[in-house]
Design a protein. Sequence first.
Length: 172
Amino acid sequence: MLYVGGNYFFAMAPLVAAFEQQHPQFKGRIYWETLPPGLLVKRALEEEVSKREVVSLRVKTPSIEALAMNLSGGNQQKVVLGKWLSLTPKLMIFDEPTRGIDVGAKAEIYRLMRELADRGVAIIMISSDMEEVLGVSDRVAVMHEGDITGFLPREQFSEKAIMHLATGRKAP
């Protein structure tokens, strides 16, 4: 629900379809910018949530109205996370969460992931970065050719143990 340059994040298709059914003159002509203010989104609530997520995630932006594409890669990642977090998820899946972002933004993403886990949100992180896997994970599931070859608790983490499983061999 974080407002960024006119893009709203949530499934609007059923609401738009219902509106089009009630108002056939708009069928096929509904664009986010043409919807009457407040019809589908409570602007004040949207701004409140946006401001809260910008502060919470430390997004560096000139305003909540800024286009995400004009932000740095790390801040774009934070905007995406803010959209999901506004939905108070029970599970978050991070797929290569820090690929292509700077060291400072990586630290912020890791901090956020830890905070979420501490609040009881289940986190699944998919990463090909061994250092990231070893540094962030509480438990690791290792796959080889589409099958899980083993699980490792934190106390058994090592690059050698993970590579052993990644090559298709069973846990030592």
